[in-house]
Write a new protein. Structure first.
Length: 433
């Protein structure tokens, strides 16, 4: 064991023995080199006032060397905010601004102790850091049967974790916190579980209500009281797009420090929230009462970042930071929110209008996010998907035998009726076959 990793482990143990127990083998072994190139370079930046011959970039006239063909197109930004490496943890100001945003939008975080967000290469990378640090072969990763398919690769294939699914909905079409609790308690012998909570949910577009949210927190607390160490990960990819009377905060705020055996982790980012999918800017944030433990987890996170991507893209971080600081940001975001809400409401109005026969489909509850999901009663989802593509020029996503995901996020409100008419017609075509 590298002495730095050993020291981080000691700090984590001293802060909370259970969090140490949650770490994977890799999580225990990883560390961020203190005396390596990056820290020597940082020291030189602070103190070497004559020449700084440390950094692995090229400079000219005091700024990063750059090509005019690029700078001409990006002239609104200074070369120093584009070309050099961003720190492995991300631009410090971006981290601060994101933390402030998190507090503003999640009042339940008020007074809670949690770390500074570390910048990731968007949410996929944040989830993969969680997998690296906490998932050991055979550990259970618990999430509902309706989920983002990439969890399978991130946790299952890459880290050999065992995926444990539970039905997302009860018969009454509410969040199935009993199913979550049972899945958790099934890990009593192992004494550890990773839970992924994703609201607004991909693919259904569901976010639980206040009471359901409390039940989720209660289920996790009950598991912790039963002696299970729980890494509770909030995948808040679609955060903020809450169109109805659901929870409007991340459960991270409620889960933060509820029990010594619960480590709450928030994975979020600008990807979907600020409509910058290809920029690849996300964050990972841990909650703990213990500052030393938070610092150690941050160092381990930086170790994973250094070992995989070294640091995130600098221009994207600058773009997102400038947007977040802009006085026009809030108004522009509200405008887009209203467009998305308008589409969600339109879909619901169409489906509830009686225009389509009730026999062909029902829809899973949706109140948020980018998507909704139809449950097909008379035809197979994959067969319908292919039929719609080839005969109507309409692309949808088939999930399992019965579910068809429709991203209303990318269809104009006035085109939604045409879209659902096509899906309905497609079903009728196949029924006649
Ligand atoms: C639930 C969920 N989490 C995470 C992601 C990944 O987001 P990113 O593009 O920021 O990596 C997605 C993207 O589709 C998603 O639907």
């Amino acid at each position: 064991m590298n002495p730095l990793a050993g020291q981080l482990n000691e700090n984590i143990k001293a802060g909370n023995q259970h969090v140490y127990e949650m770490l994977s083998g890799l999580g225990r072994a990883i560390y961020f080199p203190k005396e390596g190139i990056l820290s020597q370079s940082a020291e030189a930046t602070a103190h070497a006032k004559k020449y700084n011959a440390t950094i692995g970039i090229a400079t000219e006239k005091g700024v990063p060397m750059h090509l005019d063909v690029i700078q001409k197109k990006l002239s609104a930004f200074s070369p120093k905010d584009l070309y050099g490496y961003a720190p492995p943890a991300g631009k410090p100001e971006l981290r601060t601004v994101w933390r402030e945003k998190m507090l503003r939008e999640n009042p339940s975080l008020e007074g809670k102790s949690f770390g500074n967000p570390v910048v990731t290469n968007a949410l996929t990378h944040g989830l993969s850091i969680v997998a690296d640090l906490f998932a050991e072969a055979g550990d259970a990763v618990i999430y509902p049967d309706k989920n983002w398919e990439n969890y399978e690769l991130t946790f299952g294939i890459r880290r050999l974790a065992e995926i444990v699914n539970y039905p997302l909905f009860t018969d009454e079409m509410k969040f199935n916190s009993k199913g979550l609790l049972e899945a958790l308690l099934s890990q009593k012998d192992r004494g550890k579980a990773i839970v992924v909570l994703n609201f607004p949910n991909n693919p259904t577009g569901y976010t639980p209500g206040l009471k359901e949210g409390e039940e989720i927190v209660e289920a996790i607390k009950t598991a912790a009281e039963a002696g299970i160490n729980v890494v509770a990960v909030c995948d808040d990819a679609y955060f903020g797009l809450f169109f109805e009377d659901s929870l409007k905060e991340s459960l991270f705020g409620r889960l933060a420090n509820i029990h010594p055996r619960v480590l709450a982790v928030k994975v979020d980012g600008a990807t979907k929230e600020e409509f910058v999918w290809g920029f690849r800017v996300g964050f990972i944030t841990y909650a703990s009462e213990d500052k030393e433990l938070l610092a150690a987890l941050e160092q381990k996170t930086l170790g994973i970042i250094r070992a995989t991507i070294s640091s995130g893209a600098h221009p994207s971080q600058t773009f997102v930071l400038e947007a977040l600081k802009s006085p026009e940001f809030a108004d522009q975001k509200e405008e887009k929110f209203q467009i998305m809400k308008g589409r969600a409401n339109k879909v619901k109005a169409l489906l509830d209008s009686g225009k389509y026969g009730d026999d062909v489909w029902t829809y899973y509850p949706f109140n948020s996010g980018y998507f909704m999901c139809l449950k097909l009663h008379t035809v197979a989802a994959e067969e319908l998907r292919l039929h719609l593509i080839h005969n109507y020029g309409l692309g949808t996503i088939a999930l399992g035998e019965t579910d068809l995901r429709i991203a209303f996020s990318c269809i104009e409100e006035e085109q939604l009726e045409d879209l659902f008419d096509m899906v309905y017609a497609g079903i009728r075509d196949l029924e006649k076959k």
